[in-house]
Design a protein around this ligand. Sequence first.
Ligand code: SF4
Length: 286
Amino acid sequence: MIYKTFCARMDHGGCGILVHVEEGRIVKIEGDPESPLNRGTLCAKGIAQIERLDHPDRLLYPMKRKGARGEGKWERISWDEALTILSGKIKKAIESEGPQSIAFAQGTPKGLELFLLLRLANLLRVPNLSTPGNVCHMPRETASHLTCGFFPIPDYDHSPACVVLWGSNLLQTNEEGIIGSQLLRILKNGTKLIVIDPRKTGLASRAHLWLRLKPGTDLALALGILKVLIDEELYDHDFVHHWTKGFEELKDHLKSFDLDRISDTTWLPKEQSLEAANLIGKTKPT
Ligand code: SF4
């Protein structure tokens, strides 16, 4: 029997999956080609869902270490005993060092568990709570708001003609678990790719143009690309007129830069900045 369902969100994806069941056990999971989200692909976590259920090392009840740390010796204890030990240690830490001596940490929240943990921390007056979001999603969202004023999401369903990956390795970071396969799909359909990265990533080797700039000189390159876009009138005049502020000041600022100086700073031949700006300016939509 094959059941059509969706991945139980080991991240935020919710990809469509086909679950093969034999004699009451899941024997295979594959991507659902009819899912508009993942279109038949699955990430490694999705494929490993069977092990979430059946792996012999899956934790099914509280375990307490016995013997020395690192010895790998554990014994099963009851939930009552586990809760008594934990609450006793928390109480002791608060009494002796105060609530700020405690930190809670958890993996990527998929449901309400973060709010339960927040509530617990509030009740105990513990100010320290951390998730991978502090190093993963939040910097991305904060930088997007500061740069664009909102949180832009690439629209790979209406294929852009040109994609710029600036210091971003989507096949490894794979935001939302599916963005890497979405990018590969549009590249197969002819989308042009510009990669700006000192490292030769897998995507850099597939790029139409790879700008291997000197680390830390991204802003100089951005100024160079802006200068070409403006000098050669490659920008969207209507958008600039209706939606930007300070464009004339930017133009004035760019007058003091020339591409030779930017090339010296970034270690990139100036032809590459020119080519990147022309690709960005002329290949629509980017
Ligand atoms: S990206 Fe992976 S883990 Fe996330 S929903 Fe899809 S298959 Fe599951």
